[in-house]
Design a protein around this ligand. Structure first.
Ligand code: SF4
Ligand code: SF4
Length: 332
């Protein structure tokens, strides 16, 4: 890429922020589909006109979706009730296998909220988010991998019979609505507000130490053929890359970032003042501009979605009248 074009792109993104653009877009989409699901519920309860049920809200249910995912791996049964949940998992795993933790870095709406909190904390308090000492940071980070392993083993151990029975429950088909409604209850709003303030002070603790799915994607990401590579001959050892890394990776001392914490955010590459000293590469050899990374993540994501739609694996096979009947069950 010509240096002039790179400078123009960097100037544009220094104002807008590439992650704000991409993650913000996914977050707004998530808010939109949540509102559509509530409108669908209103129709089901006879309180509004019909709107189509948005399938992507299945992403709200990672536990049930992973259970369905393992069921599919075991016996080929593709969940007919909330199939989009399996597709979203396939998307997140594929993205992680090819573009580090690209799902965490560029797509996940939950991570976007906590990262926004951490950013707001830095701006409001005029100081960096608090970071624990290195030994404690490593110990805490390992918690996430323990949680991830325990969760995956537990879900994979669910028997075929139990998993298929669970999929047939009215509760399973309507749990996404319940999740969204829960967010509006006073207790949950208080918990979310407290967590938001906590992240303002301590940074994105959820993604860094707690999210078990981040642990799964981090483990997959160690196989990624795309990485950030530093050219030691060009590097001037200014340390700007390491200081800009939200995952606290010592990028300035590495030849190649194989770290499971790297989500491919490209902040280090964009901070590097020496053209060519720090670049994303495929298989450690083939260089490409940093902005190709998020575009490739989004394209891959859309490709997986399109294949799922075309092959009939995105939309629920449950008739809307069945969803409607389930939503009218008192207490559900
Ligand atoms: S700043 Fe660089 S090393 Fe750190 S997470 Fe982002 S891409 Fe990975
Ligand atoms: S920002 Fe670039 S030049 Fe500075 S230490 Fe990192 S790789 Fe080297």
């Amino acid at each position: 890429m010509k240096r002039g074009s790179r400078a123009s792109l960097d100037k544009l993104f220094s104002h807008v922020g590439p992650r704000l653009l991409v993650r913000g877009g996914f977050f707004l989409f998530f808010v939109y589909i949540s509102s559509r699901l509530l409108a669908f519920r209103a129709w089901a309860l006879g309180q509004g006109p019909f709107v189509e049920r948005p399938e992507a809200v299945a992403g709200l249910l990672p536990i049930g979706s992973y259970m369905s995912f393992f069921l599919w791996l075991k016996n080929g049964w593709f969940d007919p009730v909330l199939p989009a949940g399996i597709v979203i998992i396939i998307g997140a795993l594929t993205t992680s296998l090819i573009f580090k933790r690209g799902f965490c870095g560029w797509i996940c709406p939950v991570g976007s909220v906590w990262e926004a909190a951490a950013w707001l904390g830095r701006k409001v308090l005029h100081r960096d988010n608090y970071r624990p000492p290195r030994w404690l940071d490593i110990a805490l980070r390992s918690v996430r991998y323990v949680l991830a392993a325990a969760l995956m083993v537990w879900l994979a151990a669910v028997s075929i019979q139990e998993a298929t029975s669970f999929q047939q429950l009215p509760y399973y088909a309507t749990v996404d609505v319940k999740m969204i409604l829960l967010f509006f209850t006073p207790v949950y709003m208080l918990v979310i507000a407290a967590a938001f303030i906590g992240m303002m002070l301590f940074g994105n603790v959820w993604c860094r130490y707690l999210c078990p799915l981040g642990g799964v994607y981090g483990a997959c990401s160690t196989l990624s053929p795309t990485t950030i590579v530093r050219d030691a001959d060009l590097c001037i050892d200014c340390g700007k890359c390491a200081r800009s890394c939200h995952a606290a990776i010592a990028v300035d001392t590495l030849r190649s970032v194989r770290h499971a914490e790297c989500d491919g955010c490209q902040d280090c590459v964009r901070a590097c003042p020496v053209p060519g000293a720090l670049e994303p590469r495929l298989l450690g050899r083939f260089r490409f501009p940093w902005w190709v990374w998020p575009i490739a993540v989004v394209v891959l994501w859309m490709l997986i979605y399109t294949v799922a739609v075309v092959t009939g694996n995105w939309h629920s096979q449950l008739p809307v009248e069945t969803f409607r009947a389930y939503m009218q069950i008192p207490g559900l």
